[in-house]
Design a protein around this ligand. Sequence first.
Ligand code: AMP
Ligand code: ZN
Length: 119
Amino acid sequence: MTPEQSKSDCIFCKIIGGEIASNIIYRDKDVVIFPDINPVAPVHLLVVPIKHIASLADMEESDAALVGKMVAAANKVAREQGLFKNGYRLTVNCGAYAGQVVWHLHMHLMGGRPLKWEN
Ligand code: AMP
Ligand code: ZN
């Protein structure tokens, strides 16, 4: 299911490594959070593990704690961004049918307006 993509060609690895500029608003030893370049909501951030994992389907059991850390970091930033009052969405697109285009695991953190459910 995962297209061939080496870590060295990965746009999110390049952002994490500083090769491509981005406004990283959160970083710890496992997770970074930066704005989506094409936001669909007033707040639209990407929650990205520093470890290159191509998709959610490629995570291993040993990555479970890392995925939990992504959720915890997303919650922290959601609170800082003032999203706790009205709510927010945390989404993973996994694979072609879900519309995944960047093959480095990420969660979309979206909020700031009422969101419709599209499928
Ligand atoms: P998806 O793989 O469908 O979950 O979505 C990938 C997301 O990455 C899209 O919403 C893009 O707008 C976003 N994106 C692609 N390139 C960049 C970039 N250089 N910086 C920030 N976001 C990006
Ligand atoms: Zn990567």
